[in-house]
Write a protein that binds this ligand. Structure first.
Ligand SMILES: [Fe+2]
Length: 333
């Protein structure tokens, strides 16, 4: 919070705003109006952290869609399967949404058309070739990230609209409408992992058990090639449900930005029903990523390609203006 105040009183920033007002909107959205994460306004004070959390959870509960998916804990005795063959379908049915609601994850095999799968695969192949030939200029305005090590991690992000006829858009639209209450436009991140040397050392927020946020969160992961070389996605079923025990986990964390499970006591509490999703090519995983998840470490040398759909367009202001998102609730349920 102090860094924000320093920026506000700095006259140089005001001159920059007057010169380019559109920049102000971007800075405002990035610095103040972002969907709350695990930084808690960069404070370690437990009291302020608790205030932050109570404020955000209060508004999250006001969204009826969030309430149904993340806060309602009616006891479901029967197990609901997580994996479905989507095979050329367009509509996600109620049973499939039930998996998202109760398990926190939905796996759709044969999710996209052959044409879409090939296009995404081609983009990955081009990215890999360009990286190995050091032809990275065209990715520089696409939030290119390259983290070198024995596990080479690289990604770039596209913010343009999805093709209106694509299955990927149809799936994304249906899921966001159900979870948030409105269609949210995704950003598309092409993520590539290459393990050149074993072991696959722990990387927080990647191959360790972690949560992305303590409030409702959705991500779609598309695997054009599946996970034939290992490192499947893993999830602790049902841990997307937000209750007192869950919130205390984040409140008691001392390191900011860290949602990783570290102690044996927390492992016992939150990793009761874990599942690995070793998927065939053309599989899409929808995951409520405030639940505990991660990439399973590679057991042999290999590569992994995942297209991530993320919804940062749903911001703090969207959380607070919950009534706009509740309008569609009765129609949906
Ligand atoms: Fe994550």
């Amino acid at each position: 919070m102090i860094h924000v105040l320093k920026d506000v009183v700095n006259p140089i920033n005001w001159i920059k705003i007057l010169k380019d007002p559109s920049k102000f909107i971007k800075v405002f959205n990035d610095r103040i109006n972002y969907y709350p994460g695990l930084q808690f306004g960069y404070t370690k004070s437990k009291i302020i952290k608790k205030l932050y959390m109570s404020f955000n959870v209060f508004f999250a509960k006001k969204n009826k869609h969030f309430k149904e998916f993340f806060f309602n804990t009616e006891n479901n005795k029967t197990e609901i399967s997580t994996n479905f063959n989507f095979n050329g379908m367009h509509d996600i049915n109620e049973i499939q949404f039930q998996s998202l609601k109760h398990n926190g994850i939905l796996v759709l095999e044969n999710a996209l058309t052959e044409h879409e799968k090939n296009k995404i695969t081609k983009n990955f192949n081009k990215f890999k070739d360009d990286l190995s030939n050091n032809k990275i200029d065209e990715y520089k305005h696409m939030n290119l990230k390259i983290i070198k090590g024995q596990n080479l991690r690289s990604s770039y992000t596209i913010n343009s609209d999805l093709d209106s006829e694509s299955n990927l858009k149809k799936i994304s639209d249906q899921i966001t409408k159900k979870i948030y209450g409105q269609i949210i436009r995704p950003s598309l991140t092409y993520g590539h992992n290459k393990l050149t040397n074993l072991p696959d050392s722990p990387v927080p927020g990647d191959n360790t058990w972690h949560s992305d946020r303590y409030i409702p969160n959705l991500k779609l992961l598309y695997f054009p090639l599946g996970t034939p070389e290992g490192s499947p996605f893993r999830y602790s079923l049902g841990t997307h449900k937000i209750n007192k025990e869950y919130l205390n986990f984040f409140l008691n964390k001392t390191e900011l930005g860290n949602g990783t499970i570290e102690t044996d006591a927390d492992k016992k509490k939150f990793l009761k029903n874990t599942q690995e999703f070793n998927v065939p090519p053309n599989t899409l995983i929808a995951v409520l990523s405030n639940g505990f998840h991660g990439r399973t470490p590679f057991k042999t040398k290999g590569e992994r390609c995942v297209l991530y759909l993320m919804y940062s367009q749903f911001r703090l202001s969207s959380l607070i203006s919950y009534w706009k998102y509740n309008r569609s609730y009765k129609l949906n349920s």
